[in-house]
Write a protein that binds this ligand. Structure first.
Ligand code: GDP
Length: 316
């Protein structure tokens, strides 16, 4: 990828895509091709073909996806599997048909079996049953990996796949019905502190373990792999450490300055008990993350205070 290459970041308004666009611009890649959902509906084959034929990107980061937390995934299984399969098939096939030099597909740690040995190694893919709360999304992401591998085998298309652990950071979704745990807890503790509430409800038992990667670190790894990796095997992207949801809640409460009670609502699902990534393949290539969880939560909270519509709505 050269500084003047035509680079398409699919999903540039999302958490991952926006971080990718920032990272590419920061590194001097000046020819980004971006398109909004209103301009190009990636679930429509005609729209995607028209986009590739007219814009002729050379490199593609496929970060567009329908995403959501544990509740949204279990409520809208059809939407999650349909939209993600459609986006992947349209973008990967059209990229190949239109002469793209290399495509990078972004997956998720939920592709691994629910009870796979921890930390999760790339080899665990398709060795057991998935976590039921997000299997629809996971199946679509597994199909994306297989599309990349199949197009490489049959057509020699240079498509690689990355599996990031749970991500967070500026641009995250803070809607309590559809968000992931980290932004949800930032919002809950912020509002509880502002309104003087005596307790905050955290979903589940607090015992599940999760690993969190700042999205700017993911963007750095994604550009690194676009430049340095050309193999069919998937690559995990993680930090190598996890913590319980209870500890995450305590950390966020401390950073925000909330000193009330934390209550666990066991009527809400825990999801998979643990999903720590084994990132040794990536580490062996020479890439390591640089943003600590503490530092990342602080900057994400600052972003939330400055940008979240929900904060503005209360302030106005
Ligand atoms: P997951 O990693 O795919 O399970 O997705 P989430 O980030 O949505 O949830 C991770 C864990 O955090 C689960 O055990 C949830 O029950 C728990 N959790 C605790 N409070 C919340 C909350 O307010 N929102 C969400 N999304 N999860 C929460």
């Amino acid at each position: 990828m050269k500084k003047a290459s035509r680079i398409f970041v699919a999903g540039h308004r999302g958490l991952v895509g926006s971080a990718l666009a920032r990272e590419l611009q920061r590194r001097g890649f000046s020819n980004l091709i971006l398109t909004t959902r209103e301009e190009t509906d990636l679930t429509s084959r005609d729209a995607v073909d028209h986009f590739f034929q007219s814009k002729r990107p050379e490199y593609v980061f496929l970060a567009a996806a329908k995403v959501g937390g544990i509740l949204a995934n279990s409520r809208y299984p059809a939407d999650f599997i349909r939209d993600n399969l459609a986006i992947e098939l349209n973008v990967i096939d059209s990229a190949w048909q239109n002469g793209v030099k290399k495509l990078e597909f972004l997956g998720s740690s939920c592709i691994y079996p629910r009870l796979a040995p921890q930390p999760l190694k790339e080899e665990s893919l398709l060795t057991g049953s998935l976590e039921p709360t997000n299997e629809w999304y996971a199946i679509a992401k597994i199909a994306g990996i297989k599309l990349c591998q199949a197009y490489r085998i049959q057509h020699g298309f240079n498509a690689i796949s990355l599996m990031p652990t749970n991500l967070y950071g500026p641009g995250d979704n803070f809607d309590l019905q559809s968000s992931h745990v980290l932004p949800a807890l930032i919002r809950k503790f912020h509002e509880a502190q502002a309104e003087g509430l005596r307790s905050v409800a955290v979903w589940g038992t607090g015992t599940p373990l999760r690993e969190f990667l700042h999205v700017d670190d993911l963007a750095s790894a994604a550009v690194f792999l676009m430049q340095n990796y050309d193999e069919p095997e998937i690559v995990n992207i993680g930090v190598g450490e996890d913590l319980t949801i209870a500890d995450l809640a305590l950390t966020i409460a401390r950073i925000i300055g909330y000193s009330g009670k934390i209550e666990f609502d066991a009527s809400k699902p825990d999801g998979t008990p643990r999903k720590l990534m084994d990132a040794s393949r990536l580490h062996a290539m020479g890439w390591h993350h640089s943003i600590s969880l503490e530092q990342g939560i602080r900057t994400t909270y600052e972003w939330f205070l400055a940008n979240c519509e929900c904060v503005r709505a209360v302030a106005n």
